[in-house]
Design a protein around this ligand. Structure first.
Ligand code: MN
Length: 254
C-alpha cells in the first residue's frame, strides 16, 4: 500500500510525526506537508504563483517533502505525480484541535482530505480535541493509534468516490474507545470584530472572540466528543441542498 501523509500545521508539527509513526506499519509512506502553518486556510488551489517542494526531515529523521503551498496543494502535487506510485490512502493530521460542524469548510486538515476525494483517492482527516490552553507536550499517541485502526478499515472497505472520513478524537481516551459514526453537527461561532489602529492611525481588524462551542445533538460529531467518544463522520463533496431543489424550481426561473 502507498499512503500519503499531510497536515495543515506544517511539517514540523508533532501531530504529523505521530501520524507518520502510526501509519508506518500499513505500507509505504510519502509525506508532503506545508512548510508553515496553514490552519483555517480552507480549500486552496494555488494558481498564480509557482509551487516549490523541497526535501526535509521529520524530527525522527524520516524523509519528507516540505511544500510552500496549502495543504490541498500538497495533496494535489503528490497525487499528480510528485509521489510516483499510485496512492491508496491520504491521511491528514493530526490537527491539535477538533474539526466539527462547519469547521470542515475552514479546516486545512479536512480540505486536504477533500482534495484527495476530488482526485478519487481514499482520504481521512484526523483531529484531536486538545483542551483549551494546552499547547505544549500534547499527547497525540492515542489518537494516532485510532487513526491507524481506521486506516486499516478504510483500505479494506474503500468508500465511494467523493466521500471522505472526518475523524475527531477526544483528548482523554478510554482503553477501548467507542467509535461513533456521526453526522456533521452545528458549531456555534462566537467571533467578534476587534478593531485597532496601526502606528499611522489606520484601522486594522482581527476576528477575535471566544473559541466556538457547539450543539451536542445526539448523533452528531459535537455530541460524540462531548460523550468522550471518537467521532467518525463520512463527508461528501456534493453540498447540494437536495430538499430545496423542488422549491427553487417553483421560482419559475427563466
Ligand atoms: Mn491546524
Amino acid at each position: 500500500m502507498q499512503l500519503l501523509i499531510t497536515n495543515d500545521d506544517g511539517i514540523k508539527s508533532p501531530g504529523l510525526l505521530a501520524l507518520v509513526r502510526a501509519m508506518r506499519p500499513l505500507g509505504q509512506l510519502a509525506i508532503v506537508a506545508p512548510d508553515r502553518n496553514w490552519s483555517a486556510s480552507g480549500h486552496v488551489k494555488t494558481m498564480h504563483r509557482p509551487l516549490r517542494a523541497y526535501p526535509a526531515l521529520l524530527e525522527d529523521g524520516t524523509p519528507a517533502l516540505a511544500c510552500d503551498g496549502a495543504p490541498s496543494d500538497c495533496v494535489a502535487l503528490a497525487l499528480l505525480g510528485l509521489v510516483p506510485d499510485p496512492v491508496d490512502l491520504v491521511v491528514s493530521g493530526i490537527n491539535p484541535s477538533a474539526n466539527l460542524g462547519h469547521d470542515v469548510t475552514y479546516s486545512g486538515t479536512v480540505t486536504a482530505a477533500m482534495e484527495a476525494a476530488i482526485a478519487g483517492t481514499q482520504a481521512m482527516a484526523v483531529s484531536l480535541d486538545v483542551p483549551e490552553g494546552l499547547t505544549d507536550d500534547i499527547d497525540f499517541a492515542p489518537a494516532a493509534q485510532v487513526a491507524g485502526q481506521l486506516a486499516r478499515k478504510m483500505l479494506a472497505h474503500p468508500l465511494p468516490d467523493g466521500v471522505l472520513l472526518n475523524v475527531n478524537v477526544p483528548y482523554v481516551l478510554h482503553d477501548n474507545p467507542h467509535l461513533a459514526v456521526t453526522r456533521q453537527g452545528l458549531r456555534l461561532y462566537r467571533d467578534e470584530l476587534i478593531e485597532r489602529s496601526d502606528p499611522r492611525g489606520r484601522p486594522y481588524y482581527w476576528i477575535g472572540g471566544e473559541p466556538p462551542s457547539g450543539v451536542a445533538e445526539p448523533g452528531t460529531d459535537v455530541w460524540a466528543l462531548s460523550e468522550g467518544q471518537v467521532s467518525v463522520t463520512p463527508l461528501q463533496l456534493d453540498l447540494t441542498a437536495h430538499d430545496q431543489i423542488d422549491s427553487l424550481k417553483g421560482w419559475s426561473l427563466a
